[in-house]
Design a protein around this ligand. Sequence first.
Ligand code: NAD
Length: 418
Amino acid sequence: MMQAAPGGFLETVLAQFDQAANRLNLDPALRAVLSSTKRELTVNFPVRMDDGSVRIFTGHRVQHSQARGPAKGGIRYHPSVTLDEARALATLMTWKCAVTRLPFGGAKGAVACDPSKLSVGEIERLTRRFAAELEPIVGPDSDIPAPDLGTGAREMAWIMDTYSMHRGYSVPAVVTGKPIEIGGSEGRAEATGHGVALCVAEIARRRGLGWPGARVAVQGFGNVGGVTARRLAAMGCKVIAVSDVSGGVFRSDGLNLTSLARHVQEHGRVAEFPGSERIDNPALLALDCDVLVPAALEHQIVEKNADQVRAKVIVEGANGPLDEAADRVMADRGIVVVPDILANAGGVTVSYFEWVQDRDSYFWGESEVYDRLDKILLRAFDDVWRMAETHRTTLREAALLLAIDRVAAAVRLRGLYP
Ligand code: NAD
């Protein structure tokens, strides 16, 4: 079973599992299986840098479960990633796929690096070498990577190409989140943010928050935060603040997201957006607003700042942005949290569609993708909502109960081998 360092992300994920397992009365064998990772690979690999020197990078791929299908999960590039973080994220992927009823298990990959300090050539060599190192354990039937923090369609194209070169033929279904030209899906790039925005609309409707017109703050302006903010603004919300790693911008009557996106394209950060006030990340998390969307990193709202949150609702764009103590504070204060494994599941859902389309070599139009995505997410939202009402739990507890029960059923039915 996984052992977590105190206070870390993995400890939060394991504590959430334990609580749900207690409520489900899971037997000790199932508990042991589900609180262990199935397979872990750590590689230290050399990359030639532009100045001719060689640097060793460390990468991980963790497969938490394949009980419900091939393992699925992103690859993260970030300077401080650890094996424990990959274990926590892989575990969450298992629950996320189960809550949305996708036929996948959970995995996550990570390389400790700072892509902002590497050239494009260095990132490409690092990515291709990491892909080659992962080859024994990834594949369309075993483990299918996707983008996460610090990676995107470009990196997925390099991984797909490297894997295909070694096979001698194209294997698009080995990764998802690829560019459309080489087997990516319509809607994949926006899918996570689209799903987060859908969950914001759904919780606003169910909780009777002013809609449209809700005041929203978004932490993180990357793939998830940027798309979420743009979608919410297009739906008529007032996005009053957004931030990235360089800090944030605030405007009480709502930011113009189209101009802000242009500003970010030109300057590489949200800071100094004309017509806005500066705000730092801690202040953004404490803003008086209807909805707060943390969409950057894990453990941004923890015991010491949880009391400062003034939003009525938190919708988790990022994975694990609240620690366990913060979750308890929100429950005590009546602040509803739409959990990561539901709120940001749009990405993996369209990844599933991409994998299906690649295997069929038959591609769907954008409206078909979004229709199917909305159906899956709204059904999952409804399942979780009803579970929470029936068992008088938070939405996170309800989502975990549903997900863990489904994965446990698969493990039970498959039995032990031999
Ligand atoms: P990204 O790299 O595209 O963007 C991350 C954003 O967060 C950037 O704007 C960055 O500047 C900002 N950021 C980084 N450190 C920060 C800090 N300390 N304070 C404030 N902002 C900071 O990454 P992403 O793909 O948008 O992923 C964001 C989160 O969403 C992660 O937790 C990831 O696991 C999760 N997620 C991503 C996807 C996906 O499809 N990309 C799907 C599900 C969940």
